[in-house]
Design a protein around this ligand. Structure first.
Ligand code: MEV
Length: 318
């Protein structure tokens, strides 16, 4: 009996993510590449309760699913999941925790929603495929982001590197050799919604310039996919640098990101760029495995508040 009280009815989790190439341009239909970051997760636990409540521990928030406004992301994902499964709101306390920094470009919102869906599926003893889970999470991404491309929900739900074009099924692709990254957080919170909105305003004011930048980012993502499929890791570094130049021209870099990117390159990274919405949040540096520690230390010395080393493992998907 006591073991039942101390154990949740069910659990779910989802990883963080990094965008390797093509953020922002992906909102406008160009391809992008993203990968999960398994070093950080959002987690949800289902506990018995009198009513359906989401308890977001890190945010000190408690949301009663039946009463919350339509744009509450926690209540929305719970209600959407129940609708998809044709179930009433269950008498559960859904306890959410996350190691993924918020507003930092690592997909925390999408991962939290995905963790909640997975925990609820386990609690109900029900199943949905990844496409259906990703579609539910996408609905909540609209609350977080306004006009999301769908890449964040896709990569955190599928949990594999994806080649993504808006409106199309994600295309897993072969990773011929491990690709090592060091991820560093500027500590500057930057909601994706704001950066995406600013790019949209700038695009409306000068469409031909922004379309050319999006084309450039898309072409870089195309070349990067070929390099990853061939295991030509060294070719990826200059492509990351070029993508960063294009992102800076879009207006989404920042002095803090630029400092970390410079520090990573000076410490021997093969290439470096911002990752996600930009303006703050995280940057990523492509490294050779033996140089990861040196780049890690250089990023801390340059002011990063948190540094994570991650590897995109080889896959044989073609
Ligand atoms: C956010 O991780 C990536 C952006 O391209 C926004 C989106 O694709 O929805 C900035």
């Amino acid at each position: 009996m006591s073991s039942q009280v101390n154990r949740p009815l069910a659990r779910g989790q989802a990883p963080g993510k990094i965008i390797l190439f093509g953020e922002h341009a992906v909102v406008y239909g160009r391809p992008a590449i993203a990968a999960p970051v398994q070093q950080v997760h959002a987690r949800a636990e289902v506990w018995p309760a009198a009513a359906c409540v989401v308890e977001a521990v890190d945010l000190a928030r408690r949301v009663v699913a039946a009463d919350a406004p339509a744009d509450d992301p926690f209540a929305h994902i719970v209600r959407l999941t129940c609708e998809a499964l044709k179930r009433p709101l269950p008498p559960w306390r859904i306890r959410v925790t996350s190691e993924i920094p918020i507003a930092a470009g690592l997909g925390s919102g999408a991962a939290i929603s995905a963790a909640i869906v997975r925990a609820m599926l386990a609690g109900f003893g029900a199943e949905l495929d990844n496409a259906a889970i990703s579609a539910l999470v996408y609905e909540v991404e609209k609350i977080h982001h306004g006009a999301p491309s769908g890449i964040d929900n896709t990569v955190v739900v599928y949990e594999q590197p994806v080649w993504y074009v808006r409106g199309q099924a994600p295309r897993p692709f072969a990773v011929a050799r491990p690709v090592h990254f060091v991820i560093a957080d500027t500590g500057v919170a930057s909601p994706t919604r704001v950066a995406v909105g600013d790019v949209n305003r700038a695009w409306k004011q000068d469409k031909s310039r922004y379309e050319a930048l999006f084309d450039a980012a898309g072409a870089i993502a195309d070349q990067a996919r070929v390099a990853i499929e061939r295991g030509d890791i060294r070719a990826l570094g200059p492509l990351m640098d070029e993508n960063q130049r294009v992102l800076a021209e879009m207006g989404v870099s920042s002095p803090e990101l630029d400092d970390l990117i410079r520090a990573a390159r000076a410490a021997g990274a093969l290439g470096a760029k911002l990752s996600g919405g930009g303006r703050g949040g995280n940057m990523i540096a492509l490294v050779e495995e033996e140089n990861a520690d040196r780049v890690h230390r250089a990023l801390i010395a340059a002011g990063a508040i948190r540094v994570i080393s991650t590897t995109v493992p080889p896959t044989d998907v073609v």
